[in-house]
Design a protein around this ligand. Sequence first.
Ligand code: BG6
Length: 479
Amino acid sequence: MTTYKLFPKDFLWGGATAANQCEGAYDVDGRGLANVDVVPIGKDRGPIITGRQKMFDFEEGYFYPAKESIDFYHYYKEDIALLAEMGFKTYRMSIGWTRIFPKGDELEPNEAGLQFYENVFKECRKYGIEPLVTITHFDCPMHLIEHYGGWRNRKLIDFYERLVTTLFTRYKGLVKYWLTFNEINMILHAPFMGAGLYFEEGENVEQVKYQAAHHELVASALATKIAHEIDPENKVGCMLAAGQYYPNTAHPRDYWAAMQEDRENYFFIDVQARGEYPNYAKKKFEKLGLNIEMTEEDLTLLKEHTVDFVSFSYYSSRVASGDPEVNEKTAGNIFASLKNPYLDASEWGWQIDPLGLRITLNAIWDRYQKPMFIVENGLGAVDTPDENGYVEDDYRIDYLREHIKTMNDAINEDGVELLGYTTWGCIDLVSAGTGEMKKRYGFIYVDRDNDGNGTLKRSKKKSFDWYKKVIASQGTDLD
Ligand code: BG6
C-alpha cells in the first residue's frame, strides 16, 4: 500500500448534489414551477437551456426528469444515513428557490419549504455533517422569468435579497457555509438554465447576458453582506465552473487565446473575490458596444463585500487556439473545448486530466489568495449493477484517486489553502447537461433509468467502501 501525506485534520470531505437534480416532488407542499423543471431530456434540451428555444411549461411529448428525479424529498433520511456511513464531514446541497418562494416575488415565504430544509440540516447535524448550501443551483422561479425576464431585470436582486435574508435568519446556527450562485459563469453558456434568460429575436444577447451577470454579482455581494450581518460565523463563497485553459501549441497567439478564454471565466470571480470589474472586462464592454447599467451603490457593495472563499467545480482542463483552422472539439461541462491529444476521455467525451486539477488549484490560489473549496469533481459513467444493485466501479475509483493525489500535492507540495472536497453526485442523480439518469457519478446506485422506470432503491457501489476508507485515513490510503 502506498501511503500518501495527510490532508489537514479539519479537511471537509464529502459529496455534492443539487435540489433540482435529486429532490423531485416538484409540485409538493406548495413548491412553485422553476426553469430547471421545464428542461426535458432529448435533443431540444440544448436549445432550451441556452435560451434559444422557448419552453416555459411542460409540453406534450417530452419527458421531464426533474419532476421526480431520485425523490430525495422523501428519501432524505435514508440518503443522509448512507452519506454518514461513508464518514462525510460535509454535504453540499442546494435550496429549491420555489420551495421557499413559489413565485419568487411573494412577501412571505412558504413554511413547508422552510421546514423541509430545516429537517434536512438537522438530519445532517445529527451525524456531525456540516451542510454546505448553494443558495441557487441554476434555479429561477418561472414566474420571475415570465413576468420579469429572469436575471436581466434588476428587480431580481430584491427577490434574491428576500430569499437570502429568509434563509440566513431561519438557518442561523444550522448552516455556516453558503455559496451564492452555482457555476456563475454558466450564465454565458447556458443562460436559460443558469439565469432564466430566454432571448427574443434580434436581442443583443451579449448585452443581456452581461447585464444579468451584473445583477447576479450585486446580488451575491449583497448576500455576503447580509450573511455576515446576521451571523458573523457565516462563510460565503463564490462558485466557478473551472478548468484551466492550455494553449494548443507554444505559439504566442495560442497562449493569448488561452488567456482570453480564462479571463472570460475568471471575470466573475475577479469581481466577487477582488471587489471590482477588471480593466480587461471594461475594455471588452467598450469594444462590444455594451452599456452595462450599474450604480455607485452597486460598485461600493461589490468592493466592500467580497467572498470569504472561492469554490469551484473541476472536471477537466480545456484547450484554446488562436488559429481558426484548429477546431477539432470535444464535449465538456456544458461548453466544448478543443481536443487535447494527451488526454483520455469519459464516455461523454469529457477529457480526464488529474494534473489539471493541481494546475487549476494553483492558478486560482495565485490569483486570489483566498481559501478554496473543490465543490464538484467526478466521473459520469454508465454503471452496470448486478442483481443486488452492486456496481464494480473501478473506473470511478481510479478517476477519483488520481484527482485526490494531485489535490494532495497542491496542498502538501505547493501550499495552497483548501477547505474541502465534495465529489459531484455522491448519490446517482439526473445529469444537468443531458437530463440522463444513466450518466452516473455516485457512490450510491439508484434504480432509475432515463425514462423514469425503476424502484428508486438505493445500493452501495464498490466506490462506497473505497471513499469511506479514504476519508477515515485522512486521504492517506487511496488503494
Ligand atoms: C456542473 C453542475 O455543471 O456539472 C452540476 O454544477 C452538473 O449541476 C455537473 O450535474 C455535471 O454535469 P452533467 O452534465 O454531467 O450533469
